[in-house]
Design a binder for this molecule. Structure first.
Ligand code: NAD
Length: 283
């Protein structure tokens, strides 16, 4: 079997087009959807990520205001700035780029963001809303994975989904989203005794670990959907995921590539969440 590809670039384009259209509609009502991006310090990877976020926003008609602060900024000053952004009706979404400098408590900083503007979906209130099925903002990466499943018309009801990785921003929310679609969900992690025994039972596998070739062909049930969240560098320095793509594509029914899979979907879902925040504020 050769798996069908779930093209994250193509799907992200569709999502961006939808965001552009809905942004134009809000602008026609005099509302400019606006995202505040807060970057503290000069982490090189973070600089690249925020540049993408600013460019993606302007391409879809959103305004992204990038605020840069020095690495030695006092946490109290950052909290004060977040409170001011919370109170600013012209700002619909607030994103604090992680990681923060070591002297700051990331949890406390994220908790300072108003849940109504938490477009990254990292606030405890956002996690709680997802858990109990109330409206809130879903973290962009697992949300993008759900859109990928939706794009192939996959009915999760009664299917067994195995999520590998239990981080608060990917694995755990992913499991909640799958559960909400009536899948039976298993979460695996570094202490899981026999990962292959779990994944071989899965109709859907989501790999979110950060380890090259974690998931190999012998660990996949024929026809399964395989979603690769991992972002790693292989021995040649090339970007790759957690899945042995060449091997697994011969067994799986559907597979996401890296690059061109979950990455562009994560970026697109930030735009969708920001627009959603603006639409909710507009009523
Ligand atoms: P994390 O380090 O917070 O969590 C990794 C998880 O993997 C942990 O729960 C750990 O228990 C589990 N794990 C480690 N070794 C394991 C093993 N041998 N078997 C099973 N589980 C194991 O990472 P994260 O922030 O959730 O990110 C995971 C990966 O996804 C990374 O490669 C990251 O770069 C990538 N990522 C990609 C995107 C994207 O947009 N494509 C977004 C977020 C994260």
């Amino acid at each position: 079997m050769t798996a069908q590809l779930i093209d994250g670039n193509a799907l992200a384009r569709q999502i961006r087009a939808d965001v552009s259209g809905r942004t134009a509609a809000l602008k026609a009502r005099g509302i400019q959807p606006t995202l505040a991006i807060v970057l503290v310090g000069d982490d090189p990877a973070s600089q690249v990520y925020v540049k993408h976020k600013v460019n993606d926003s302007s391409e879809t008609g959103l305004v992204a205001n990038l605020e840069r602060y020095p690495a030695d900024m006092a946490e109290a000053d950052l909290l004060a700035r977040i409170h001011a952004l919370n109170d600013d009706p012209a700002v619909h979404g607030i994103l604090v780029q992680l990681p923060l400098p070591k002297h700051m408590d990331s949890h406390q900083v994220i908790e300072a963001i108003s849940p109504a503007k938490d477009v990254d979906g990292f606030h405890v209130a956002s996690a709680g809303a997802l858990m109990v099925g109330q409206p809130g903002f879903w973290p962009c990466t697992p949300h993008g994975c759900m859109k990928m499943l939706e794009s192939i018309g996959y009915d999760l009801r009664g299917k067994h989904a195995v999520v590998i990785g239990r981080s608060n921003i990917v694995g755990k929310p992913m499991a909640m989203m799958l559960l909400a679609q009536n899948a039976t969900v298993t979460i695996c992690h570094s202490a899981t005794a026999d990962l292959g025994a779990m994944t071989r039972q899965a109709d859907v596998v989501v790999a979110a670990v950060g380890k090259v070739n974690l998931l190999t062909a012998d660990m996949v049930k024929p026809g399964a959907v395989v979603i690769d969240v991992g972002m790693n560098r292989n021995a040649e320095g090339k970007l790759c995921g957690d899945v042995d793509f060449a091997g697994v594509k011969e067994v799986a029914g559907w597979i996401t590539p890296v690059p061109g899979g979950v990455g562009p979907m994560t970026r697109a879902m930030l735009l969708a969440n920001t627009l959603e925040a603006a639409e909710r504020a507009a009523g």
